[in-house]
Every structure is written in structure tokens, then in C-alpha cells.
Design a protein around this ligand. Sequence first.
Ligand code: WTA
Length: 656
Amino acid sequence: MSQSTIESILQEERLFSPSTEFSQTAHIKSLEDYQRLYQQAKADPEKFWAELAEQELHWFQKWDTVLDWQPPFGKWFVNGKLNISYNCLDRHLTTWRKNKAAIIWEGEPGDSRTITYAQLHREVCQFANVLKQLGVKKGDRVGVYMPMVPEAAIAMLACARIGAPHSVIFGGFSAEALRDRLIDAEAKVVITADGGWRKDAIVPLKPQIDKALANGAVPSVQNVVVVKRTAQDIHMEPGRDNWWHDLQQQASPDCPAEPMDSEDMLFILYTSGSTGKPKGVVHTTGGYNLYSHITTKWIFDLQDTDVYWCTADVGWITGHSYIVYGPLSNGATTLMYEGAPRKSNPGCFWDVVEKYGVTIFYTAPTAIRAFIKMGDHLPKARNLSSLRLLGSVGEPINPEAWMWYHKVIGGERCPIVDTWWQTETGGVMITPLPGATQTKPGSATFPFPGIIADVVNLDGDTVGENEGGYLVVRHPWPGMLRTVYGNPERFRTTYWEHIPPKDGKYLYFAGDGARKDNDGYFWIMGRVDDVLNISGHRLGTMEVESALVSHPAVAEAAVVGKPDEIKGEEIVAFIILEGNCQPSEELSKELKKHVTQEIGAIARPSEIRFSDALPKTRSGKIMRRILRSLAAGEEVSGDTSTLEDKSVLDKLRGEG
Ligand code: WTA
């Protein structure tokens, strides 16, 4: 973020209060209510979480210890037994919610389905039995590589029901990225579809699975289950591949939820870090169920009449916590949309809001900026009066986009919750509570009750008001990741030892820069490590660089983010070619394609710059700061005294 943006944010003095009408019916009705909860939780976090766990969830057996904290390893609700699929389904069936819509689904071509809690329960039980028939046992991992169809949620809940951790892999990842993740998770079964609809075209998924599994590359995978969605011709491998509808038809709808230990693994979700391969973030049953449940309830102020729509993909944590588990655990109606705004219908999101009377809408700043560009006439031509609450997630929201969202989508009546969190945190950590918090455009405001967030320097000391620093969390919370799958050392060093623990006190290091203003509002400034945020998607620079150097023409690659109006950031790659290769437009295209093949379209560089040298320190470290300035077309400022060969700069500017 540039200095001028930071200054404009710090001068942001507009305050927006929730209407009396909104506050009156809200779960948390006033700032005093929030402060009281916050103080209670701070004074005795274990009591706070235990009371909520008791009130909000069904337990087969109560825990005997709320928190067992052996830093940095935490266990919550020790020896408690529960099942998140029971909490999302079974417990609603004995209430009036039995025939309430659990999932409203809208497909891109215009087909739709409404699935009640009773129907969803039946489908999940059947699919749980399908998994059992395929030999999936408690503890076995199941890969899920799906478009945005109800079967994705059904598959996740069915895994949870029998205690098989799922690992959902975003449908936009390539066969190579898919293979790496399936190998790391040692998945036994993979659930997929022939394809999905996106922007008026079929995104083929099954062919990617075939490629990923070719030549026994993932020996753990025994079976693949395929949902028929797009109905194009696909290959079905005899003995390995099965149609979802064939298996589902024959399966019994009777499958009691397995009592799981609180600390049994619920899922693995891969995310990018600044070094190495993507890490498998591990979440467990009890703490995650409670944290995703209560954050959904309070932050989105769920009421029984709400139609709640989160536009994320189930392949990301936002989809896990705020399309599937959080809303269903609360007995809400969650809307799933398959597609994306597209040429043939750029106003499709607003059509969906109008068609279903959506009341709560949760999306990403990159989408909001794209909507602004598409023009006000699109939302204005639809009736959006059903909306009562708006949310934002994934990256800092610029005040201009916030104001547009507030005026044009929210009709100046809907509170906006700007929610800061991460794959690792399981649920939202810093956010307004819509009936309580006065919001400032661009600020995620205050920590959720029970979350002790702070902004510190590298010694772990709190920095002054308005001073930039590192965002940390000072106390464990139920939704926190438990480890990195198969790599507890990486868990320890990445998150808990980046700021060295003092006197046995460990700080969770989020990887984001932040500051607190004079009123105690948090302003998130973006990543402080080599993690890029492209349209709200996390990508490690090193992942993209490894993909580039795996091309035979590339000797060395350095990747940086360049500010982009819509995407937040886009990727610029600096490339040194192998001796016998010449730069060309064609090669540039080929390299972009290569990255798409290796990772997926989200990682495709928007620009390739060929060079014969990269700015390095004497110890051989690439000076990314310099590359970032060059990519953004800015003057290279700051200290360049550690630069080994100064002439490199002129060459990179094209002056050498
Ligand atoms: C960024 C997505 C500012 C941040 C839920 C974080 C945000 C990373 C916000 C996590 C926000 C997410 N304001 N930045 N409201 N929400 N981020 O794991 O850099 O895909 O560290 O989780 O997104 O991305 P992840």
C-alpha cells in the first residue's frame, strides 16, 4: 500500500452508525453490549467459550477441560464428543426448521434447487454410506474438487459425519496443483464433477483429475466419485471411477453421526505461505464448530427470516466457514451460486438478490471494484431492498469501494462488516458487530469477543497509536489452526516463533501489517511477507517462481505484486532466460500458459519482463522491494547500498 493511501486512510473520519431499527433486533445491540462481552471474554476466556459451547452446540459427551494449552499446541474442549454434521443437520430436524430451506442453489445457466434441512440430511446420510461402501473409514482423508453445486456441501458434511477429514481443493487449480495436494493429504477417495459452469463456459474438472492421477501418481487414491453436472463426454476409468447418482441411488439414508472427539481432525485446507509448498492447515471438530457458528451468528446477525449469500467458493476457507458450516450450524438458509458475473449477464448477482430476496450479502473488495466498473445501472435496475447487511472479506477494502457498496448496494441503510481473518484462524477475528459498532470505511474495526489482537514490533511489544506494526493474537482461540498437516515444525516457526516467545508467552503472527488509530480501530495494511493477494486469493511468490523455473527456457525468476485497480494486485514476473533462449512475445505467452498449467489461472502473471540480471544483495538475496517499485513504474527509493551490481537497475529500467 502506498504512503498516500495510508495517509488518506488515517484521515478517515467518517463514522457510520447502525440504525436503531437494526440494533433493536440484533443479537448484539449496542457498543456497551459488545464491550461487556469483550471484557468478560478477556477476563476469563475459558468460561466465555465454555458457556457458548454449552448453549450453542449439541454434545454427545461434555468435555472435561476447556483448554489445554501447551504452546504453541492447543486443545479445546478436551474429551468432548460431538459431530458437526449433527449440529448442522440432525438437531434442526426436531424443530420447525425441518422443512426450511437449508441450501438455495442457483446454477449459472439458470437452473436452480432448493434443499430443505430434511432433504439435505437424507442426502448427506446417503452419501456418508457411499463413502463407507468405498472403504472410507474414520480418519481417512477425502479430496473434494468440485464446482459450486450442492453436492460439494453434501460431500463435506458426509465426510464430517463419518469422521473422514476432507480436503477441498479449489476447482480453479490445475492438475499439477491438485496432484501435490492429494499426495500431501494422502487422499483415499476424490469427489469431483465432470465440470462446472463459469462465465458461460464449461470448466472441465474430471480431465484434471485424470491428469493428476495418471500413471499412479497418487497411489493413495482408490476411487473417484463423479457428479454429472455439465454432461460433456468424459473418460470413466473402470474400477476407479463411479457416478455419484449411481452410488447415491443405492445407498441407505440411515447413517447416524459418528461421535467425534473435539480434537479429531475435521479438515485440511491448503494455503500459500512465503516459503515452500502450500501448507495443509489443520482444523479440528469442536473448536472450529463453535467458532464458525458463533462468528456467523453475531457478525451476520442471523435471524430466522434471513436469506444469506456468501459469494465465495467452497474451495476457500470463506466457503467452508461461511457458506457451509457456520450458516447450517445456525439453521440458516445459505445461498450457493455457481457462476460469476459474465458478458451475457453482468448483473446476474443482483438478479439473484432480487429473485430470492437475499437479506445478507458477503463478498470481496475485488468483486465490489469490478461491480463499480461495470456501472451503477446494473444494480439500479434491480430491486435490492431486501438487503439489510453487507460484508467484505479477503483484502483491505479501499474507502471508495466501501462508500460505493454502502450507497449503491446498501441503499445507505445496511451496515457493512469488513471482516479480517485467515484460513488459519478458522473464522473472522476482527470485524464490526453490525448492531453495535460504528464503522469507518476501510477499517475492520475491533476484535471479536475472545480475540486478543494487537499490533506489535518484532520484539513483541505493542507499538504506539497510528504506528505501523505486525498484527498478532495474544491468546489462543477455539477456531485456531492446530498444526500444519505433517509438519508441526513449520507450524511452530511460521506462526508462533516469528516473534520470539518471551517468558513462555507465545504470539500468533498473522503475516499482516496493521495499525490502530486513536479510537482503537484496527486498519489492516496488507501482507508483510512474500504472499500475494490476487483478487483476494492468496499466492506465495515462491510458488509462482518455482512454476516458472520448471520451464526449460527459464534460468531464474522473481515474482512481485503490482497494484491493480480491480484485482488489488497482479503478478509481474522478472525472468532470466537460459543462455540459448531469446526473449519474445511468444515465449512470454508460453510462460504465462505454463504457470496456468502448473498452478491455475489465478496465478497467471499479467506481465513477463525479460532481463539479464536481477537486483541482489551481496549475499545473493533478491531485492524484491526494488522489483516492486520497478513493476509499479515508480522511482526506486530507499537504500540501495546493499545492491551488489548497481548497473542492474539501469538495465531493468531499459536504460542499460
Ligand atoms: C487478507 C481469507 C484486510 C489478509 C479469509 C489475510 C484481509 C489474508 C481481510 C488471508 C480484510 C482477509 N482486510 N485484509 N477484511 N480479509 N485479508 O487465508 O492479508 O485466503 O492474511 O483467508 O487475506 O487470506 P485467506
